[in-house]
Design a protein around this ligand. Structure first.
Ligand SMILES: [Zn+2]
Length: 193
């Protein structure tokens, strides 16, 4: 593998995918960019790395809130030394399989924060789900999330000032997309039977 000193990324080719610089062969001590995560999962991941004796560096990075020092930064960029990179991938994968429960708890604990961009959007969703107008959508979604097959992080939402990620819920009757930071319900689609 090759390493970019500027971007701190690993590349398979000797040209950086990110900045186009020509690269040197990675050295075991090079701190390599591993992933981005919000502080909720950052703490869980840090713990898992520590338990597995994988050195790591979690650098907070801003999302416009850095001027407010009382407010914890939302996101981390995670780096691990090259020699531990594969071990870190194993830990991450192991623990990624297990994240559905974590996401369920996170979403259900914050049910009071859920919102939709408009009433019209809510109506549209109810129609898609064939829910009656007078039914409570949040109650419906709550049940779906409790029994969801899987919930996964689909990466950062571009332009989200709170540093939110797409949380994708695969439930029994529908799929739901949340903003992980603001809890906005971004999309609900009925599952094809
Ligand atoms: Zn680069």
């Amino acid at each position: 593998m090759f390493y970019c000193d500027k971007c701190k990324t690993l590349c398979e080719d000797n040209i950086c995918n990110n900045c186009g610089a020509s690269l040197r062969v990675a050295d075991k001590g090079d701190f390599c960019f591993f992933t981005e995560c919000d502080n909720y999962f950052g703490e869980i991941l840090k713990d898992a790395f520590d338990k597995n004796k994988i050195p790591s560096s979690f650098l907070p990075y801003g999302s416009g809130v850095s001027t407010n020092f009382a407010c914890k930064l939302e996101n981390y960029r995670v780096y691990v030394p090259y020699e531990f990179y594969n071990a870190a991938v194993d830990v991450y994968n192991f623990f990624y399989d297990d994240l559905t429960e974590e996401y369920k708890n996170k979403l259900l604990k914050n049910i009071g924060e859920w919102y939709l961009k408009s009433e019209r959007f809510e109506k549209k969703i109810k129609k898609t789900l064939k829910l009656l107008e007078n039914k409570n959508l949040a109650e419906f979604l709550k049940k779906e999330i409790k029994n969801a097959e899987s919930i996964s992080d689909q990466g950062a939402i571009g332009g989200c000032k709170s540093g939110g990620h797409y949380l994708y819920v695969r439930a029994n009757n529908c799929t739901i997309m949340f903003n992980s930071a603001t809890y906005e319900v971004l999309a609900v689609n009925a599952k094809k039977k």
